[in-house]
Design a protein around this ligand. Structure first.
Ligand code: ADP
Ligand code: MG
Length: 288
């Protein structure tokens, strides 16, 4: 039978907006010494705003670039795609559509082949692109995506995000509890550092593909750390499954992230995380 302390712990977690999937899962959080956090949507609100659009081809005006990117991203679960769609004035959707987590989107529209994503993603698709065009925007901490139409670079969209108000105090609490924090992101180093500086995490890793996030967690585990991963995206799923304990953002989070986790934060309230670890530590003490 499940000890009373575990059942009471799950009940307490629920009161604070955390759905714990099992008693066994709850207990794993008590052993954690490292917390890995995704950036976009987890440490930040994931409600990006477009700060700049730049045309890279006289054929396409800024409005065309926004519209074509929105058509490609019409069904996107990614905060970048949602920001682009919210800003564009179109309800049209691309016909075929493929997402590559951590890289971007490929779509067909009116016989045209659209690519929206990071520079390296477009280059993999044989687009001739001067990636350094992104530097001035990234230097200001922006996230940058490129648009290509029929393998021709068309434009660049710079976006910026806001750190969750509760992020810095939450990180500080974890450090006081002797829990290290590490930021894991697919975004560029400057955007990663801009957020890291605001929340004071112990370590930062950027430009990670989904499998790189997993690898870093594995490296911590090999050094005898117990790692908790927190994420919201499809790109976080493998890392969430590799971690010793995993938390998904329930509101903003994608279904795959939720399925891959032990705990769901119903209101996306990351300030609950130190409480969850503390609660689990107490449950373990009562059982032992
Ligand atoms: P994070 O780890 O910050 O959540 P992701 O791994 O989801 O970021 O994405 C990393 C990068 O890949 C983004 O900054 C963007 O350049 C590109 N990217 C990912 N998904 C998309 C998308 N749907 N549309 C455009 N670009 C994307
Ligand atoms: Mg994310």
């Amino acid at each position: 039978a499940t000890p009373t302390a575990v059942v009471a712990g799950i009940g307490n977690a629920a009161k604070y907006g955390m759905i714990v999937k099992s008693g066994e899962a709850l207990q794993r959080f008590g052993t954690i010494d490292t917390v890995a956090l995704d950036k976009t949507g987890t440490l930040t609100y994931g409600e990006l705003s477009i700060t700049e659009i730049k045309s890279l081809d006289p054929k396409w005006a800024k409005a065309d670039i926004l519209k074509l990117a929105a058509i490609a991203e019409a069904r996107s679960e990614h905060p970048i795609g949602q920001a682009i769609c919210a800003a564009a004035d179109t309800k049209e959707q691309a016909s075929e559509y493929t997402v590559t987590p951590g890289k971007g989107i490929e779509a067909m529209y009116n016989g045209r082949h659209l690519l929206v994503g990071k520079g390296s993603f477009l280059k993999e698709h044989a687009v001739d692109l001067d990636e350094s065009l992104k530097n001035e925007f990234q230097a200001r901490g922006a996230t940058v995506v490129f648009l290509a139409v029929d393998e021709q670079a068309a434009g660049l969209i710079a976006l910026s995000d806001t750190v969750r108000q509760s992020a810095a105090p939450m990180i500080q609490k974890l450090h006081r509890m002797k829990v290290e924090t590490v930021l894991l992101t697919g975004d560029n180093p400057a955007a990663a550092q801009t957020i890291a500086d605001q929340v004071n995490v112990s370590a930062v890793h950027s430009e990670l593909l989904p499998e790189d996030k997993q690898k870093i967690i594995h490296q911590y585990q090999e050094q005898d750390h117990k790692v908790c991963m927190i994420g919201d995206g499809i790109n976080d799923a493998v890392a969430l499954r590799t971690a010793d304990a995993a938390i998904a953002m329930g509101g903003i989070g994608s279904d795959v992230a939720i399925e891959s986790s032990d705990v769901v934060l119903v209101q996306d309230d990351i300030s609950r995380i130190p409480y969850l670890i503390d609660l689990s530590r107490k449950v373990l003490q009562k059982i032992r």
